[in-house]
Design a protein around this ligand. Sequence first.
Ligand code: NDP
Ligand code: MG
Length: 372
Amino acid sequence: MRRKVIILGITGSVGESALKVLRKFPDEFELVAFSYHKNHHLASQIAQEFSVKKIACTSGEGKSFWSNEVTLYDFMEDLFDEEFDCLLNAVVGAVGVNATRKALEMGKKVLLANKESLVMAGELLSNYTKKKMIIPVDSEHNSLFRLLENTKSYRKLILTASGGPFRQTEKEKIAKAKIKDVLRHPTWEMGAKITVDSATMVNKALEVMEAHFLFQVPYEKISAIIHPQSYVHAALELSDGTYFFHASEPDMVYPIAHALFYPEEPPLIREQKNMSVYPSFEFYPIEKERYPGFFLGIMAAQKGGLFPAIFNAANEEAVSLFLSEKIRFFDIPELIEKTLASVSFNKSELTWDILWEADKWAREKTRSFVLK
Ligand code: NDP
Ligand code: MG
C-alpha cells in the first residue's frame, strides 16, 4: 500500500525537493493533496503530474484559475478531511503553525520543515514531540534525530551553520549589501526568507529553539558552530570528549526521504559520490559582532515563555520589511532588539490565544519603529 502524503507549501524550495523524492519512489508514496499560496502556474503543473484533485490556495486568489475537476479550498487544514498517513509542512512562517497543530491533534505524523511551529508553540506541542510524532526535516535536526537514535548518552547537541554570504565580508560592505547579495547563499538553495535568516544567523537561533523543543533538551546542552561547507549538518559531543557527526552533500532530499520513510531506513536517494571528492571540512566559532541576530535569539530562547514567539514574529516582520526595501540589512537585528526590549507584560501561562496575541503585538510593534 502506498503511503498517502499531504504537502503544505508545495511550490517552495522544500516542496520542490520533496517532489524529487516522490518522483523517485512512485510505488511508495502517493500525493493526495497539497497547498500553495500564489504560484498558480507551478501548482497546476504539479497537480497534473501527480493527478492531485484536492488543493488549497491560501492566498484566496485561485478561484478563477482552477477547473471544476479540482476541489479548491482556502485553508490548509481543510485538506485534512482527505484520508492521509503523514503531513509534510513546508510552509514558511508562523502561518504554518495551526496546520501542524491540527494534524498532530488528529494523531497524524508530521514531517516538519516549518520550524516556526516549534519555535512558537514548542511548549504547547510538547506532548507530541515526546511521542515522536514530529519527524524533523530541517537538515540539522534530521541529522540529530538520526544520531540520537544510535547513541546512548551525550553531553551536547551541536548544530552547524554555513555562516551565510557575509562570513568574511567587511562590515562596511555588508552595510551596503543589496537584497541580491543577501540572497546569494553559499551552499544551500532555499526560499528568500530563510536565506535572509541564514545571512543574519537568526535561522540558527530559531534552530536552537527548535532543537530544544523537539528533543526536550535544556539550552545549556545545545550549541552551534560555523561550518562553511554545510556537509556536516550536526554533531553529538559525547561524554568522553569525542564526537559523532552526520554528513552528506547539502541537499534537502536526504532529510526529506529519511522523514518520509521513517521508521524504515531510506534507500539510496541520489548518486553516491566518493568521499574523496568532498571539500575539506572547516569549523569556526560564531562571532558576536558579526551575527547579533543569533545572540538576540539565544537570549529570547533562554527567557522562554512568549519570548521565542515574539522573537520569531519580530524577525518575520523585519525580513519582510527588508525584502520590500523599507529597511537595510543591519536594521533587521536592531528592530528585533527594540521589539524584545519593549516587552512589558508579565510571563503568564501559555495558551494558544495568548500566543497569537503576542505574535500580533510583536508584528505591530516591529512595524511601528519603521513607520514612525
Ligand atoms: P519558500 O519560500 O521556498 O516556500 C514557501 C512555501 O509556502 C511556498 O509554497 C509558498 O507558496 C507558501 N507560502 C508563502 N506564504 C504563505 C502564506 N502566507 N500562507 C500559506 N503558504 C504560504 O520556503 P522554503 O521552502 O525555503 O521553506 C519552507 C519552510 O521550511 C520554512 O519554515 C523554512 O524555514 C524551512 N526550511 C527550509 C529549508 C530549505 O532548504 N529551503 C531547509 C530547512 C528548513 P507560493 O510559492 O505558491 O506563494
Ligand atoms: Mg536548517
